[in-house]
Design a binder for this molecule. Structure first.
Ligand code: PMV
Length: 332
């Protein structure tokens, strides 16, 4: 099934809705996976090999302003700058927008403002596609449910399916070939003391996209066959840790899940490593602090930066050891 058909199936009659003449503006949060999505069972529809679980980053994310453009091409601004239509980012967005054009909406004006570094493994594409889908929903008045929005956001970027919601979010693998059962849902839990610290060691764009890295891992890593079982166990443990508010269990499972994902990538051919020397130094610092008794854990995505996990009571200590850290309170 092609993306176009998946959109058609989901929107049905709504596809002929007239767009609003006014601009709409919507914010969506970035999200950090505590149990990662790594590997697609269907590359066209971004259907995952396993489920995953994340926490949304409250006010860190992307605001998208969207309206119909009278021009003969899309106009896409990123943090105030008009993008070259040939740039990789603009091409990706234009392709995605192709799925939603109508006779009355042939081209779009898009102003994307993000307060997180782009493509540095900080989930900027997740919040970007989630806010764009929310904005399209408002512009065309589709009145979709959050599950339906999650399905459409997934077509832009897998992890965007989770940025539709706030708080703890689980994205289900689903069994269907059309992906209609592969959407995200919010877990009914809050954890006000939980903190996520963004430790940026390098904010340059990554060299290998997560799409390419996932495919290389899936097709060549001898460790990949172990990954689905690891995820199944970690999902259960994480949900348990969230339910009982056992922070050490949450931290341990999240860190171990990320390390296993990166080990699986290292064993691929060609090998993939997103770590930079500063990443490894920061990990060793965290392990040392933990041996000294500090309840501090981390996770890492498709980039060199780390996301530290700790509780409110340790904010002052964390700031002392990592003065450059940006602290987010997901449930504040
Ligand atoms: O949604 P994508 O294609 O950018 O992939 C995201 C992959 C990870 O961030 C590494 C893991 C995850 O679950 O977010």
């Amino acid at each position: 099934m092609k993306k176009h058909d998946a959109v058609k199936m989901l929107l049905g009659d709504r596809q002929t809705n007239l767009p609003s003449g006014k601009a709409v503006e919507i914010f969506s949060p970035a999200n950090i996976a505590l149990c990662k999505y790594w590997g697609k069972r269907n590359q066209e529809l971004n259907l995952p090999v396993t489920g995953s679980l994340s926490v949304s980053l409250n006010n860190k994310g992307t605001t998208t302003t969207l309206k119909i453009s009278e021009n003969q091409a899309d106009e896409i601004y990123l943090n105030g700058q008009l993008l070259d239509a040939q740039s990789a980012f603009a091409v990706r967005l234009t392709h995605f927008l192709n799925l939603f054009r109508t006779q009355e909406a042939t081209h779009f004006y898009l102003d994307i403002c993000t307060n997180i570094p782009i493509a540095a493994g900080l989930a900027s594409s997740a919040s970007g596609f989630a806010s764009l889908i929310h904005a399209l929903n408002a512009l065309f008045q589709w009145q979709l449910s959050s599950q339906q929005l999650s399905i459409l956001a997934r077509l832009g970027s897998g992890s965007a399916s989770r940025s539709i919601m706030t708080g703890f979010v689980e994205w289900y693998r689903g069994m269907r070939d059309d992906g209609n059962d592969s959407f995200a849902d919010r877990l009914p839990a809050i954890w006000p003391e939980l903190c996520v610290g963004l430790l940026i060691v390098n904010d340059k764009e990554k060299l290998v996209s997560s799409r390419e890295a996932m495919q290389t891992t899936l097709s060549s890593s001898p460790l990949y066959s172990l990954w689905p079982n690891k995820v199944a166990q970690d999902l259960l443990l994480l949900k348990n840790a969230i339910h009982t508010k056992e922070f050490d269990l949450l931290g341990k499972v999240a860190e171990s899940n990320a390390m296993t994902m990166h080990a699986t990538m290292l064993a691929a051919w060609p090998p993939i490593s997103y770590a930079m020397p500063e990443t490894v130094l920061a990990m060793q610092k965290i392990w040392k602090l933990r041996r000294q008794g500090l309840a501090l854990y981390f996770t890492q995505d498709a980039g060199p930066n780390l996301k530290l996990l700790f509780l409110e009571e340790n904010i002052a200590t964390i700031r002392e050891y990592f003065p450059e850290i940006d602290i987010v309170r997901p449930f504040d």
